[in-house]
Design a protein around this ligand. Sequence first.
Ligand code: DGL
Length: 258
Amino acid sequence: MENGGLVGFLDSGVGGTSVLALAERLLPGQPFLYLGDQKNNPYGEKGEQDIRRLVFEGLEHLLDCGAKALVLACNTATACAVDQARQRLPVPIIGMEPAIRPARQLAGDKPIAVLATPATLSLPRFDKLLAENGGQAYRVPCPGLVRMVEGGAQQGEMAQYVAGRLADCVPSGVVPGALVLGCTHFCFAREAISQAAPGVPLVDGNAGTVRQLARVLQKNGLLGKGGQTRVESTGDLAQERQLADMLARARRSLARPR
Ligand code: DGL
């Protein structure tokens, strides 16, 4: 395998495979190594220091495997560790943040709602992001949804959970103009989220992240070719297989006409 431009992806589990599938499309032939930290999933209910330590462990492993650029395919990991990782690690690092700006543009004068992990929504970085974009936004922490996606729950069960969280966090009678999927795991619960909020557009940050990755690789002469994608889990073999299955599912969903 040509290893010159190996790009390492990190998430706490299956969520980031939705970003990886899009990266494969935009950068065909680029070698990728995906690490799902399933032994320590979920991140979003842990403290900031613990998350940062786990993220560094994952990123260092990817560097040891030859990564020349790193993608934090996880909003929670980005919120806790991207600044420190950029200071300390010797390669370009691409992070992910909830896609507030495109959601605001879609929503016009209406408020938006941001579904993410408790950690992402409670860190100062998120307050700053909201302040920069103005307008009203409701925070909808959905820790249970990460567990459900990771555990392979059905869309119906997830829809019920999301409806409950929206009812708890958005005043009754308010219909948001857009919902932000501020956690990569939620890309695998799109159907459920649409059932819980019919007709409300869903916005994720995947395309923006992959475009940024392409720009960074190009700028740093790191575009690789002739490579393949490999997935690794810190969990057991069944979890590693689940990563590969979810990546295959994400690829199929991108291949479907929209
Ligand atoms: N996929 C991650 C994110 O984008 C976090 C999931 C977790 O809580 O581990 O925020």
